[in-house]
Design a binder for this molecule. Structure first.
Ligand code: HT7
Ligand code: ZN
Length: 863
């Protein structure tokens, strides 16, 4: 049926114990000689050796030193089959590949003057023959040979063993990776690279050299990333007791990279946008993202590399866990509340939509057609939330004990989610069978909570109904184990600490919901209490609680925890936008609370900035049955206008007062000041685009954060000076592709249907580079995902533009094309004037996509 099924998993009949590779590197034609030590599984005798190899030009093949003739093997362009040799043996092959023609950026490819690899998930088979599956884990010896002038630096996984000149201008470097490592973690990088470096001693006493490499002109911009590697290594030692296990840790920045970065053993390869930074070219958000992606890849060394995956169905075992770990890293180092706000925005705006749309799938899918299409927010972000649910249920100490056990039991192995759950079940003494449903069931659970108070008896009951909507292929759902935090406040704002009578386990303000309905009951209360739920968003669910505006206003002032206060403001804003009955009262309350916040100079300015940022379009769209794009955007703009009018003086005063702290520097208070200042600038420019505030900030800016925020205000509010500022910005940074991506994304997201023409003009210009994923994302990704008025034009031109580009990008880089196609995931919920053109744009793609990636997505979108 074209699917790979989890139920069909079989252990490999042949293991690869050792892989010795010799590369003769050349962009046009690289040869790879491979010697694989193969061993049969005694439990499965008589099986042929089958190795993956995609489109390889086979030059030579020998088994145990003897050339194989045409009757000894078969190669069909995808798989190499050798009749059962019947014993352990050594297979030697030589193949030729063509990195400079590789626009897929999978396998060995050229980026600028560098040669690089990307092997996850199934790219290694484009380099040479291998059992390209994560449960086959050879030890590796990698020899790289190349012309010294073009490729002075030769890097691979593991530790450097030797290097030497070869005469005739060529040289060689040998690397050895002693840890059993699957092929998806293989990496090499070669070319003219410079580095920043630092040596440290790990807690276990190992001396480790940390290097961050980039093209020579970019080396100075690697310093921040190097610091982030250092911080990550130290944090994993402290918080998880996990040390680093090689003599070197190399990181390389590449301008052409399909995703964010890759955790190859000892040689992480990064999209340059997650490495290169200084204050003149990177925003504060860039710095924070760099630190978090660097941490993510570093932390994979244990969650992914030392303990790897049995098969790709287990993807969230490494990705969800590592997102959980990198989020904890950022929360420990910076503001936990701000990090939680960032994550919850992403969940509500994007992951919930994915989980409710045509592409919804469980965190552990049970079948797939193309694994590349499963690197999703559900696998990553919902996967991390599930780990957080476990952490909430068992507490930090027991969670740590479970992790220690998981690492100890599975080190050097290829694990499953069952292995992970078994370790945590053993450490906590809990039965995690119901918890495991989180992995099997797609869709965001909804909790509807009804409160009843009997004034005569003082009895107060909370009835909690759990429901998960149907998703493709899963019409029926079972109840999940959900830890629901709650608090009850009395009339004086004091917390009622009496535990309720309940048909669920309740402890310290948390109920463990396991059934479709639970009832919590308090008796003899003196008045109707005010309830609050899901503090810190501990349960990744949608809550339905009918609050009056007065109750929300009281809660917004009662809640001391920063995340919860922010969440209440989001709720007020949502009611102001979508809650017809009390929209006006909610607007007024929101405005009053924002006024207090803007006057509260003791509050973290970055937190105030988060409170000023209303729920975005995606988050709102997720909460309505049918998405009327123009109406939703229009209402949001009106609300922003109204709130900005109410706050104008406070905005001006905070904008001015924060100028000095915001002037430069990367310390918390400095970044915070810029965050609030830029939020104020946006609201003030909205009110009066003619005022020269943004123009002045643009002219005086000495950080990219201030400059880009000003340019955004100028362009998006069509202020005088916008054209001149854009031209100056383009000119100043024309040689920097990452900064160029920034202005391109601003143009693509101008909130106006006419932005389409600007996007088309850019596509016809020299700025357009279809082979560079960052450029494609900056222009088309931003347009499709972050410009509702442009993408959802009533004439369907936005959909047609994106669909047409998907078709041509599919032939260049199928993964990049498939991600763009994901922008249509919610099309069935768009109102009729949009739905029709969207369906037509998708239908026009049928028969036009050559890749399995694109065809799989299109089938699911239209199915
Ligand atoms: N584990 C890495 C995933 C990745 C990837 C997957 C498919 C195609 C290209 C890719 N590049 C990187 C990234 C991570 O989650 O750490
Ligand atoms: Zn990852």
């Amino acid at each position: 049926d074209g699917f790979v099924h989890l139920a069909d998993y079989r252990a490999p009949a042949w293991r690869v114990l050792h892989a010795g590779l010799v590369f003769e590197l050349d962009p046009a034609a690289t040869t790879v000689e491979s010697v694989l030590s193969l061993e049969p599984d005694p439990a499965r005798p008589g099986q042929p050796v089958t190795l993956d190899g995609e489109g390889l030009e086979l030059l030579a093949i020998e088994l145990d030193g003897r050339a194989l003739g045409g009757d000894g093997y078969a190669y069909d362009g995808h798989q190499l089959t050798i009749l059962d040799p019947g014993r352990a043996c050594e297979l030697r092959t030589r193949v030729r590949i063509h990195p400079d023609a590789n626009t897929r950026l999978e396998g060995l490819y050229q980026s600028g003057r560098l040669l690089l690899t990307q092997c996850e998930a199934q790219g290694f088979r484009r380099i040479t023959f291998m059992a390209d599956r994560p449960d086959v884990m050879p030890r590796w010896r990698i020899t790289l040979r190349a012309a010294r002038d073009a490729f002075p630096v030769l890097l691979a996984n593991g530790n450097p063993v030797s290097s030497r000149g070869l005469g005739d201008g060529r040289h060689e470097a040998v690397w050895e990776n002693p840890h059993p490592t699957p092929a998806y973690l293989f990496a090499i990088a070669a070319g003219e690279l410079g580095r920043v470096t630092k040596t440290l001693r790990t807690a276990e006493g190992r001396e480790v050299e940390l290097n961050v490499w980039a093209e020579p002109g970019d080396v100075e911009r690697c310093r921040y990333a190097l610091g982030a590697v250092d911080r990550s290594l130290r944090w994993d030692e402290r918080r998880f007791g996990r040390g680093y296990d090689l003599d070197v840790f190399n990181v390389v920045a590449a301008q052409d990279f399909t995703m964010g970065a890759m955790e190859n053993k000892g040689l992480n390869i990064f999209n340059a946008r997650y490495i290169l930074a200084d204050e003149a070219t990177a925003t504060d958000a860039d710095f924070l993202a760099i630190e978090s992606v660097v941490a993510h890849e570093y932390l994979h060394n244990w969650s992914g590399n030392r303990v790897t995956l049995r098969d790709w169905f287990q993807l969230s075992l490494k990705e969800g866990l590592t997102v959980f770990r990198d989020t904890e890293f950022s929360s420990d180092l910076h503001s936990r509340a701000l990090k939680r706000i960032e994550v919850v925005r992403l969940l509500r705006g994007r992951q919930f939509a994915e989980d409710a749309g045509a592409l919804a799938h469980p965190v552990r899918p049970d079948r797939y057609k193309e694994i590349s299409n499963f690197y999703t927010l559900t696998i990553y972000e919902k996967g991390a939330e599930i780990i957080r649910v476990l952490h909430t249920l068992v507490g930090e100490d027991t969670f740590r004990a479970g992790m220690d056990r998981y690492f100890a039991d599975n080190d050097g192995k290829a694990a499953t989610l069952e292995d992970f759950l078994a370790a945590h079940a053993a450490a906590s003494g809990r039965d995690l069978a119901q918890f495991a449903r989180w992995y099997a069931q797609a869709g965001t659970p909804e909790l509807a909570i009804r409160a009843d108070f009997d004034a005569a008896s003082g009895d107060y009951t909370l009835t909690i109904d759990q429901h998960t909507p149907a998703t493709p292929g899963q019409p029926e759902k079972q109840p999940l184990l959900i830890p629901l935090r709650f608090a009850l406040y009395d009339a004086d704002g004091g917390e009622i600490t009496t535990p309720p009578e309940a048909d669920a386990v309740v402890r310290e303000g948390m109920a463990e919901l396991t059934a479709a309905r639970h009832v919590l009951r308090w008796r003899g209360l003196r008045g109707r209490p005010l309830p609050a739920f899901n503090h810190g968003f501990a349960a990744p669910v949608k809550l339905q609680v009918d609050y009056s505006v007065d109750e929300l206003a009281r809660l917004a002032r009662l809640e001391r925890d920063a995340f919860n206060r922010w969440d209440l403001l989001q709720r007020l804003a949502t009611d102001a936008l979508l809650g017809a009955a009390h929209a006006e009262a909610a607007t007024q309350t929101l405005s009053d609370v924002l006024a207090d916040l803007l006057e509260d100079t003791s509050a973290d300015p970055a937190f105030v900035a988060e409170c000023l940022a209303l729920p975005d379009f995606d988050t709102l769209a997720e909460q309505v049955d049918e998405v009327d794009v123009e109406a939703l955007v229009g209402r949001r703009e009106e609300l922003l206008d109204r709130l900005a009018e109410d706050q104008v003086e406070r905005l001006q005063s905070r904008y001015e007062a924060l100028a000095d702290v915001a002037a430069g520097g990367l310390d918390g208070p400095e970044m915070s000041a810029r965050a609030l200042r830029n939020a104020c600038l946006s609201w003030l420019t909205r009110l009066d685009p003619q005022a020269a505030l943004a123009e002045a900030q643009f002219a005086a800016a000495n950080t990219m954060t201030a400059r880009l925020a000003a340019l955004r205000c100028l362009l998006h509010f069509q202020a005088p000076g916008a054209e001149a500022a854009l031209a100056a910005f383009q000119q100043q940074f024309r040689h920097d592709p990452l900064v160029t991506d920034k202005w391109i994304a601003l143009v693509a997201t101008r909130p106006h249907p006419e932005a389409l023409a600007d996007v088309e003009a850019l596509m016809a210009s020299n700025w357009w580079k279809a082979t560079n994923p960052n450029r494609v994302r900056a222009l088309l990704g931003s347009f499709a995902r972050s410009n509702p008025l442009g993408f959802h034009r009533r004439d369907g031109a936005g959909y047609r533009l994106v669909a047409t580009q998907v078709a041509s990008l599919d032939a260049i880089n199928p993964q990049v094309a498939a991600r763009l196609l994901g922008a249509f995931e919610s099309w069935r919920r768009w109102t009729a004037p949009h739905r029709g053109p969207a369906r037509e744009a998708l239908a026009a793609l049928e028969g036009k996509l050559g890749s399995p990636d694109g065809r799989d997505l299109l089938e699911r979108l239209l199915g």
